[in-house]
Design a protein around this ligand. Structure first.
Ligand code: ADP
Ligand code: ADP
Length: 225
């Protein structure tokens, strides 16, 4: 059964830029897929369709049994956890704890249940010791891990990450790879880091100028590029 289905997806920005020109693919439960391609190929635009931030100019996006083509689905952010390229877009509370608690709090969690959920998410990204810190005091790698924790605390079925390794030093990058390997559900991410792609995914979708240029085994597609 497919957890993601994108069919003939087109996206035209208000200024007329056609960022996606009829993109189609399907992703199975538990698959790990990298979306690669040059700058401007349409990767970020595509990711923003997967949780309803964008609505299609034409075509369809399905997540599980739900059709997103008519816009944002209530609850979609619980199903699809989106990690932006810049963690500063995601961290806006006074403390790390508050940021990670924000989503579950909105879902109605409180008391011990909320505390356990936040502690668990921070634990999984190796950031338990940062709970009381102000997000803006963190290093780039720490911010990235906390941004991922804010999404993990919602227990998403699908984790979507835009350039997860960008700006990380080699040590932070290794930590990130480790934590992504431990996330057993569906993962979809963009990356220019081809070694990371090979380590984390079996499958690569190559975009070029808003179209799918190749879709198949990572090793094969990266060898041909
Ligand atoms: P990538 O993530 O692969 O670098 P993007 O999805 O960011 O590609 O961009 C795809 C195309 O859409 C590019 O030509 C880019 O300039 C254009 N684009 C992206 N965002 C906007 C926007 N808000 N308004 C107009 N054009 C945009
Ligand atoms: P729609 O759902 O109709 O696609 P969005 O909510 O995605 O509209 O976008 C609203 C406005 O924000 C648009 O003018 C769009 O160009 C702009 N926008 C959306 N995503 C980006 C982005 N990644 N970078 C810059 N501008 C963006």
């Amino acid at each position: 059964h497919h957890i993601v289905e994108v069919k003939n997806l087109r996206h035209v920005y208000p200024d007329g830029t056609e960022a996606l020109k009829g993109v189609s693919f399907r992703i199975h439960h538990g698959e790990s897929v990298a979306i690669i391609g040059a700058n401007g190929a349409g990767k970020s635009t595509l990711l923003l369709h997967l949780n309803g931030y964008h609505s299609p100019t034409a075509g369809e996006v399905r997540i599980g049994d739900f059709l997103l083509s008519k816009g944002t689905l209530p609850g979609i952010r619980r199903t699809v956890g989106m990690v932006f390229q810049d963690p500063d877009d995601q961290l806006f509370m006074p403390t790390v704890y508050d940021d990670v608690a924000f989503g579950p709090l909105n879902l109605g969690l409180n008391g011990n249940e909320l505390e356990r959920c936040v502690a668990d998410a921070l634990e999984r990204v190796g950031a338990a010791h940062l709970a009381a810190k102000a997000p803006y005091h963190l290093s780039g790698g720490e911010k990235k891990r906390v941004a991922i924790a804010t999404v993990l605390s919602m227990s998403p079925d699908i984790l979507v990450l835009d350039e997860p390794a960008s700006g990380l030093d080699p040590y932070a990058r290794r930590q990130l790879i480790g934590l992504l390997k431990e996330f057993r559900h569906t993962k979809i991410f963009t990356s220019h880091d081809l070694d990371l792609v090979l380590e984390l995914c079996q499958r690569v979708i190559l975009l070029k100028e808003g179209e799918v240029r190749a879709d198949g085994p990572a090793a094969e597609i990266l060898r041909d590029e």
